[in-house]
Design a protein around this ligand. Sequence first.
Ligand SMILES: [Zn+2]
Length: 264
Amino acid sequence: MKNCGQFREMFEAYALGALDPAERAALEAHLGTGCADCAKSVEEARWLVSQLAYMSPEATPSDMLKGRLMQTVRAEAHAVKRPAPSRSVIPFWMWAGVAALFLFSAYSAWNAQRLQQEIYSANQRAAAILQERRDLEAQLQLAKRAAMIVTDPASVKIALASQDPQSPAIEAKWHSQLGIVLTGQKIPAPSGNRVLQLWLIPKTPGGRPIPSLSLRPDADGKFVLLVANPPELMAATKALAITEEPEGGSAQPTTTPRWVGGVS
Ligand SMILES: [Zn+2]
């Protein structure tokens, strides 16, 4: 009476040397009786185990091997596999190191660029503030200069009368060193973008009007114009005249003067 059935699941474990001593003794006793079927099964199991050693654990046909046999095969296959030459020449940890280094460099570059941008924009802001301060100082200097011209008794007062009796006069004060200040009130603004331009009429007979600065009165018709560097000396100037000109002013008058005042 053969009881081969009880050994059916022991052959592979036996081939691996993974059986309990009692189970192994029982199987060997059975094989000792000369059972050809079981001897053949053991041969096949040994062949299978020898093949499994070269398989990756994932490829193991799990339905053929169960329980501790499975674990043993995995351990065996792993143990055999380990000394085999690695597929990748560069080990994983080195790739990780390279990746980390790359990320760090990229971060550093990004950080440096951001820092550079911050420095740049900080410089821009500082430059803008400095420029604003310079502009304010320049305006302050001009305002001071205008105030000195207007208040200095040495300045010559010139009333520029309008051709139109309804239009208010424009006043000029000319300081021989500091320049001319032109002030007006309730002066109607020229149409469109046109401007009021100041001209110096030279004493030289036949001399052409010398162009000076131009202006537009504000909404209330007020203006204060400082001509810090008049294009002609007071002594050589016969009169001041104001014409209406296109935006930006003209090289020579294109309209008849609306205000004229003699320099005494
Ligand atoms: Zn048997």
